[in-house]
Write a new protein. Structure first.
Length: 499
């Protein structure tokens, strides 16, 4: 079924897409099964040795201390225990075989490998040993073999997730962390739990919107934005200054509350009003349709980075079970540390906490209490795997990588389908935009080919910058015929395929 396929795909990407696919990171899996949605939260968490101000003197993205306790293996196992049909070993073994026998390196991976290996900041000798090409640089068509990772995956296949969390793989991570000054211990791995959580649910113009709950900020922020947008008619062209301005003002306000309130629900109280129609209507009333609102005016009580290398995929099966899954190492290649003997790359998700408590700045740094570092706490995420349904039937399965831009990428796809009636591929291809409150800047795709639009937005008070945003691999189910339509996003790499 779709969950089996998602698990096998996730392990496969841990081999073939090492910059973001992972067993050393974490994420969220949304599942739609016979009209019942659920969310599996396998976000990383802070180790017991973490402290509130551990990054206050500066954040080293490649530091061993930047690694959170990995959640992917536990999360996939939890989803399998609830919904899987095939044997666990049969889902993990193909990835182990890929790692052992080797796989063909494609052009995007070759270029990414050569770039990261040429970077002087890539200092971990095990990373260079595992991913370096002896005597040269990588090129498309080369074969890569990862024997240590194959051994780890075989252990997970044969003995289940305990191999990673309490068994030999846990010993290797503990040993590595002690050797290089990291914080994760075997006891942290043993205590880690994936969670099945109730999704965030909302509605938009008669469609059901179902997203990941905290510690993901995706579902809450998306529903808040759509609730605001529902107060307006989108009667101008999709790429008009009027429409882009309205979306920017909605995004700006949604991201204020993301910063103010959201974090791990076991450590922070998440206000229920964030997803209410009444609250959104109040926020929408403050939007000027012709003039940008200065971001600083929206949160006077606040004094005033998030990695972008995540991966997303969507799956649907013949029975209509659907999976929207997003998982990550945080930055591309995580903290560029490979666990010796285990063959996998560690995340640097600790940097997703508010690393400077009490300091929120106009440059985009957030220091609000809800997402401060604490032992055993899960860091806030922008991951936004979502399901859209109509009359109890799945319509849209989507999500994206892209750090803080993720939610606005998903918002764009939803608006393109629901408000503008675009078919799946057109909805994915359409230029996107992003506003995250601070920095007070509207990021827009393809600005060079649209100078008149940029000038209109500037006259409305926006600071506009050029960007490329997201990678929203999407499935659309035709409500009339039931046909599945897959739309791959060409901004990075990927494809749509049926089996």
């Amino acid at each position: 079924n779709a969950v089996d396929a998602a698990i096998a795909t996730a392990f496969g990407l841990a081999v073939t897409h090492p910059s973001a696919g992972n067993i050393g990171g974490g994420g969220f899996m949304m599942v739609w099964n016979k009209g019942e949605p659920t969310c599996f939260d396998y976000r990383e968490m802070a180790p017991a040795l973490a402290t509130r101000t551990m990054f206050a003197d500066g954040t080293d993205w490649q530091s061993p201390t930047s690694a959170g306790v990995p959640g992917t293996v536990r999360g996939l196992a939890l989803a399998h225990s609830k919904h899987g049909k095939l044997k666990w070993k049969d889902l993990v073994a193909p990835a182990a075989k890929l790692a052992h026998d080797g796989f063909v390196v494609n052009d995007p991976l070759a270029r990414a490998l050569n770039k990261i290996l040429a970077d002087s900041k890539t200092t971990n000798t095990e990373f260079r040993r595992v991913y370096g090409k002896p005597g040269g640089t990588w090129k498309a068509g080369d074969t890569m073999k990862l024997p240590d990772l194959a051994n780890t995956l075989n252990g997970i296949a044969d003995f289940g997730p305990d191999y990673f969390y309490t068994g030999p793989a846990a010993d290797l991570l503990d040993k590595e962390m002690r050797a290089i000054g990291g914080l994760i211990r075997k006891s942290d791995l043993a205590k880690y739990e994936a969670k099945e959580r109730k999704p965030i649910r909302g509605s938009y113009r008669g469609f059901d919107i179902i997203g990941a709950p905290p510690p993901s900020s995706g579902g809450t922020t998306l529903v808040l934005a759509l609730n605001m947008l529902e107060n307006f008619k989108l009667d101008q062209p999709r790429q008009s200054a009027d429409t882009i301005h309205l979306l920017a003002e909605v995004q700006r306000r949604a991201y204020v509350d993301r910063a103010r309130h959201l974090g791990d629900p076991e450590f922070a109280t998440i206000p229920e009003h964030l997803t209410s129609k009444a609250y959104a209507k109040k926020l929408a009333a403050g939007i000027d349709r012709h003039k940008a609102t200065p971001s600083a005016s929206l949160a006077p009580e606040l004094t005033i980075r998030e990695g972008d290398s995540t991966t997303h995929f969507s799956v649907i099966d013949k029975d209509g079970m659907a999976v929207s899954q997003t998982y990550t190492l945080e930055n591309a290649w995580g903290n560029r540390i490979v666990v010796r003997g285990a063959g996998y790359i560690l995340n640097n998700e600790m940097t997703d906490f508010n690393t400077h408590p009490g300091t929120t700045s106009t440059s985009g740094r957030i220091g609000t209490p809800a997402n401060e570092v604490a032992p055993g706490k899960r860091m806030l995420s922008s991951m936004c795997p979502i399901l859209v349904a109509k009359d109890g039937k799945i319509l849209l399965v989507t999500g994206s990588p892209g750090g803080r831009t993720i939610i606005n990428t998903v918002l764009s796809v939803v608006v393109n389908v629901i408000d503008y009636g675009m078919e799946a591929q057109a909805a994915v291809n359409e230029p996107r935009q992003h506003h995250q409150w601070f920095p007070d800047r509207l990021s827009l795709e393809r600005t060079k080919s649209r100078p008149d639009l940029v000038q209109q937005l500037k006259r409305m008070g926006h600071t506009v910058s050029d960007s490329r945003q997201g990678d929203a691999h999407t499935i659309y189910v035709d409500p009339k015929t039931g046909t599945f339509r897959g739309a791959a996003d060409t901004r990075r790499d990927g494809k749509a395929a049926g089996y």
